[in-house]
Design a protein around this ligand. Structure first.
Ligand SMILES: Cc1ncc(COP(=O)(O)O)c(C=O)c1O
Length: 385
């Protein structure tokens, strides 16, 4: 198995490894939708802004989507003008606006207040849209539900409807609409229902707009049924004459990334076996933040030997989860967390002074190459005042 080979071939751990072929496989799924209906694909840089990844993805998409000035600078540099740059963020700042508008082709403002304040400065530089909160939740955890009550993300649909009805908002002042409401969804049903909901309530805005950005939040593979996505795109194009953008991050890089770690120590605690790894949940903080249990390569679900895989820092919650193995876990064993290509490295930190993982790429010819390594000097530079 490829993961076994990669695991054995690494000289040292912890290591974050991404497989280029898996990124290309995800992009080829999207290329089908692009070919059938002209959907424009953006890579959401926030998921993994590693420049070797941007170089791989850039020529195969219609652009990048970014969330800040730094991401915009990096995105623009690696797109090299061959694609469009889209930004949405609640954190827009007046003093950065000029540079952002110079770099980005599309800016979706997060609130009516930002729309009122920033539109005049952006006009003529970038196309301005509005991020809307359709107020239609598909997630039961408010930590990652952009449609939760009192949301910080986008203008609530009811508020928009009200000001359109009052005629205090001119629909022609909004060139595009943006929404992002899903999280790791395998089905496009949330997208279909959200678009139907927007059509029902905000037809005036759709009629006046030139483009719509469907956000990200969907995961897909070679066997995914894209019919739901294609149907939505064609409806938005045919009924409302819109250019349609889709900006996945996790769907493109999630399955491509693995975190490889070694067992440093094993002991019993209250009758359970605890294995301490040379990695930590700080190398994949969503494990801690969202209480997820990452997938372990080759896990033997019926295995006779259980072990709690824990990280190496001082936090009692530095735990990946309890897993089963065919053989007892012993120091020196290597384990691989799969499907961690998105939102791991980019959120990683060096708490307790533990270094970031080594970064490796596996190219399409299956060669494993080191792409980046951090050392003590990087850590020292961060904390030298
Ligand atoms: C506005 C926006 N677009 C796209 C994405 C990418 O989402 P995902 O990586 O789940 O596809 C995010 C993720 O947070 C987002 O906030």
């Amino acid at each position: 198995m490829e993961i076994e080979r990669i695991k054995r071939s690494l000289p040292s751990t912890p290591a974050f490894v991404y497989e280029e072929s898996r990124i290309l496989a995800a992009l080829s799924v999207l290329a089908q939708a692009r070919a059938v209906c002209g959907l424009k694909i953006l890579y959401s840089v926030k998921a993994l802004p590693l420049t070797t990844v941007l170089e791989l993805i850039g020529p195969r998409v219609d652009g990048f989507s970014v969330s800040s000035l730094f991401e915009a600078r990096l995105g623009a540099e690696f797109l090299k003008g061959a694609g469009t740059l889209h930004l949405t963020t609640p954190g827009l700042r007046a003093e950065e606006l000029k540079e952002i508008a110079g770099l980005c082709d599309f800016i979706s403002l997060n609130s009516l207040e930002h729309h009122r304040r920033f539109c005049p400065s952006i006009r003529g530089l970038a196309s301005t849209g509005l991020r809307i909160n359709p107020q239609l939740s598909f997630l039961d955890d408010p930590r990652y539900d952009p449609c939760r009550r009192f949301s910080n993300l986008g203008v609530p649909l009811q508020r928009l409807k009200q000001i359109l009805d009052d005629r205090t908002l001119d629909p022609d002042s909004i060139e595009g609409l943006h929404f992002h409401t899903a999280y790791g969804s395998h089905s496009f049903e949330p997208l279909q229902r959200t678009v139907a909901h927007i059509e029902k309530h905000l037809g005036d805005l759709l009629a006046a707009a030139r483009w719509i950005n469907l956000g990200g939040g969907y995961v897909f593979g070679p066997h995914s049924d894209l019919a739901g996505l294609i149907e939505v795109v064609e409806r938005l194009q045919n009924r409302w004459r819109l250019d349609v953008y889709f900006e996945p991050g996790r769907g493109i890089v999630g399955k491509a990334g693995h975190l490889v770690a070694s067992v440093l120590d094993v002991f019993e605690a209250d009758g359970k076996r605890v294995a301490i790894l040379d990695t930590t949940v700080n190398h994949h903080p969503e494990v801690f933040a969202y209480r997820t249990r990452p997938q372990l390569a080759g896990e033997s679900t019926g295995g006779a030997h259980a072990a709690i895989l824990a990280g190496c820092t001082c936090v009692s919650g530095d735990v990946f989860g309890e897993y089963r193995f065919a053989e007892p876990v012993v120091p020196g064993d290597r384990v691989v967390f799969e499907n961690v290509g998105a939102y791991s490295l980019v959120k990683a930190n060096r708490f307790n002074g533990y270094n970031f993982p080594l970064l490796y790429a596996v190219d399409v010819d299956r060669r494993v190459r080191l792409v980046k390594q951090y050392d003590y000097e990087d850590y020292r530079r961060q904390w030298t005042a």
